[in-house]
Design a binder for this molecule. Structure first.
Ligand code: SAM
Length: 387
């Protein structure tokens, strides 16, 4: 019997600005209305729920298991609180223990000192339990997070491993790529549905079109990757049930109208490589094309994109012209909607249109704005064609 067989306090984290979308995802996975506090959504569940959250949540950063919560205003209180956890039920004797610390509005704030006290308490408990002088730390990695918020310490164990934005399909780097979790959040928050048209005119490495195809085919974002919990919890049944659920939910027999364009041929090659790895190569169309030449025969559709950006827009004529021409291209497309991620406060000025709605987002810690321009929603699929 291990703690992993019983009830667990599960904590799902997501990036600032997209928690509401993660909450919606949790609800549609059957976990009800879970309140969000500081980007964390906590609820009681089982190891199967840990596996499902890791497998199915498109917009979450990480899934953790909370092991202890206690008041800690001194290092002694911190040590004692950690020492009271029964690590013998959680860790093998050779676990490679890593600790990350965070502190907000707390008396203990020196992160490296917090980290080392937490690690010392874990090691002391483990050596006492196993009758050892020191831990070999030669085994699997176990990553803990100690977060202090207003003097309340929370110790949690990571179950995801690599951040959940790493779906496994994007292995090569492109200029300013969008996080997969962020792309999924924007798509889930847009009018895009599997029977609608989507264009990314600045597709780069293909993240937005690929995430849209994964959503449209109901393909679990974690289907092609591994998770930390697999290594340290012997749960072949749990994982195979969840992988089977993912297989059963995926829609294979479908045709989509998802298009990605980029001026750089290397980006198009990369997009196809990534789409192939994601299993959606035949469902998306990528093509080398200048955004200025993008047209569509459909009256309704959705643009979701992050155009190039620069720090000094005021000095960048090229960027201003690009945004101006992008605005013109957008307005040439009948009743389309656009969701544009930008970092420049002057974006709307050059784009030539005020956004109907704006939302602050963080793409890999960079603050940006999602500009939303709404067209009329289509009545039914056939109405989409202008011909
Ligand atoms: C910020 S990146 C997009 C990153 C992408 N969302 C991803 O996740 O990889 C902007 C892209 O715009 C492309 N680009 C620049 N000028 C363009 C133009 N006139 N027409 C089409 N693409 C252009 C660049 O080659 C670059 O790939």
């Amino acid at each position: 019997m291990s703690i992993f067989d019983g009830e667990l306090k599960i904590s799902v984290s997501s990036a600032s600005g997209i928690e509401a979308i993660t909450k919606r995802e949790l609800k549609s996975l059957g976990y009800g209305d879970i309140p969000s506090y500081n980007g964390r959504m906590n609820f009681i569940g089982s190891m199967e729920d840990v596996a499902r959250c890791n497998m199915f949540l498109r917009t979450a950063n990480r899934v953790r298991i909370i092991l202890a919560e206690f008041k800690a205003e001194t290092f002694d209180e911190l040590f004692d609180g950690i020492y009271s956890v029964d690590f013998g039920e959680i860790l093998p004797f050779d676990a490679n223990v890593a600790v990350e610390a965070k502190s907000v509005k707390s008396k203990l704030f020196a992160l490296s000192a917090i980290q080392s006290v937490v690690k010392k308490a874990i090691v002391k408990k483990m050596t006492a339990k196993n009758g050892l002088v020191s831990l070999p730390e030669s085994g699997e990695r176990y990553s803990f997070e100690l977060s202090l918020v207003e003097d309340t310490a929370t110790l949690s164990l990571d179950t995801s491993g690599d951040g959940l934005h790493k779906r496994g399909y994007r292995q090569k780097v492109w200029i300013a790529p969008m996080r997969e979790t962020m792309a999924a959040a924007i798509i889930l928050n847009s009018f895009y549905r599997a029977d609608r048209v989507l264009i990314d005119p600045f597709c780069g490495s293909g993240t937005i079109p690929i995430e849209a195809a994964l959503i449209a085919t109901n393909t679990a974002p974690g289907i092609n990757r591994n998770f930390a919990f697999e290594k340290f919890y012997n749960a072949p049944d749990v994982l195979s049930r969840v992988r089977q659920e993912a297989e059963d939910k995926a829609v294979r027999d479908i045709s989509l109208r998802i298009y990605g364009y980029d001026i750089d041929a290397r980006a198009i090659k990369l997009s196809y490589e990534h789409a192939e790895r994601a299993g959606v190569k035949n469902l998306v169309h990528f093509e080398k094309r200048d955004m200025r030449d993008v047209t569509s025969r459909y009256a309704h559709g959705i643009i979701i994109t992050n155009p190039p950006y620069g720090e000094r827009l005021s000095g960048g004529e090229e960027l201003k012209n690009l945004y101006r021409d992008f605005g013109k291209m957008f307005r040439s497309l009948d009743e389309w909607s656009a969701y544009v991620v930008g970092t420049s406060p002057a974006f709307e000025k050059y784009f030539g249109q005020k956004a109907d709605k704006k939302r602050k987002l963080y793409n890999s810690e960079i603050e940006c704005t999602l500009y939303q321009f709404f067209g009329a929603p289509p009545k039914k699929r056939d109405d989409n064609l202008t011909e």
